[in-house]
Design a protein. Structure first.
Length: 270
């Protein structure tokens, strides 16, 4: 028998039960924290269709990079960065003396072939030559016309005209530089035909339709503009559950430029 001052040693079964009890308590506390966190996260998510501000950016509807279609020296670049132009204005001209000479030669060959064919036609009427000689002379005329078309097509690439009204945003080549086919020369865009590009939650597709109005605040101007949806992307991102939406500013806003950004406020229908 143990004395009065001595402790009774605990059995292994008692220790195991104590450890198991502590572990169960810790697991219960952890599960409660997880459930509480999930509930808080669910409560913080906006309800389906709730109004939300979405990041938006202004982009140009028409933009392109003009490239060289011929091998020639750049004679003139009439538009610099920041210069406005109209559709059809000359932007780049090449030194194409060779191409112009080829056009002149092709025209002379065509004239020669047409005159020879006319003489052969009169001789054929007089039964002085056969049908074969007449057909060959006519074929020479068609061949000369085709060569002239080829020369004209090559010469037409010596000048690059503006495909739309716009502004030059980047110059990638210099005057008197020798250009090769496919080389980028000028980057241009239509600065008056802007559209709003944003990424919206796909759960709003029920009412995100063309013609739906909303407000967009542009940070660079610190102004809010009325806008409306013009088109909706054709594919939902399954990971982020978002879709591209495009819109346009209603009314005239000459202070806006491509690349400006802000936030769009698209409330759900009432």
């Amino acid at each position: 028998m143990p004395s009065q001052g001595e402790r009774r040693p605990c059995s292994r079964r008692t220790v195991a039960r104590s450890v198991a009890s502590v572990l169960l308590s810790l697991v219960a506390i952890g599960l409660g924290a997880v459930v509480h966190a999930q509930g808080a996260a669910t409560d913080s998510m906006p309800p389906l269709g709730a109004a939300a501000e979405i990041r938006a950016q202004l982009t140009a509807r028409n933009y392109t990079t003009l490239s060289s279609e011929t091998s020639a020296r750049i004679d003139r670049i009439t538009s610099r960065v920041g210069d406005h132009f109209k559709k059809g204005d000359l932007l780049i001209a090449f030194d194409c003396a060779t191409q112009r000479a080829q056009v002149a030669r092709a025209k002379a060959v065509e004239t020669q072939a047409e005159k020879a064919a006319a003489i052969n036609q009169r001789l054929a009427n007089l039964k002085s030559i056969g049908q074969l000689e007449l057909d060959v002379s006519r074929a020479e005329v068609e061949k000369a016309k085709a060569d002239l078309d080829i020369a004209d097509a090559a010469a037409s690439k010596c000048e690059i005209a503006a495909p739309f009204n716009g502004i030059t945003v980047e110059q990638k080549a210099q005057q008197f530089q020798y250009a090769t086919p496919g080389q980028p020369l000028l980057e241009i865009l239509d600065d008056r035909s802007l559209e709003i590009e944003l990424i919206a939650p796909s759960r709003g597709l029920a009412w995100l339709k063309p013609g739906y109005g909303f407000q967009v605040h542009i940070e660079e101007t610190d102004k809010t503009y009325p806008a409306e949806i013009t088109r909706v992307g054709g594919r939902v991102d399954p990971v982020s559950q978002t879709i591209k939406v495009f819109g346009e500013i209603k009314g005239d806003a000459p202070e806006l430029m491509a690349g400006m950004s802000g936030r769009a406020n698209i409330p759900p229908p009432k």
